[in-house]
Ligand binder design. Sequence first.
Ligand code: ZN
Length: 103
Amino acid sequence: MAMKPFPCPKCHQDTIALKDKYLAAIWMVIRCGNCGTRLCAHPLLMTLLYFIYFWVIAACVFWAWYHRSATPLIWMLVLWTLLDIINIRYMPLKALRAQTPKV
Ligand SMILES: [Zn+2]
């Protein structure tokens, strides 16, 4: 499945490769290849999404333990994959301010 690159929020060119979008999805700072702006995934939405990731683990592990069954762990993998797709495809990028040297 080929995906077209994601647009940079600063220069609006499709410069962000899937690999970079994935790095942003794991809290890495990436850089636009066109305008050089440093970008990161939206911090507030990322916090919310990671809260859901950990809630899914907690719920599925408890459910697996409660029913002595591995089925909820399969659900956990399915839900994590869905959350990853949402994170990589739909998480908006945010431009970071240029680093200015301190005097
Ligand atoms: Zn750019």
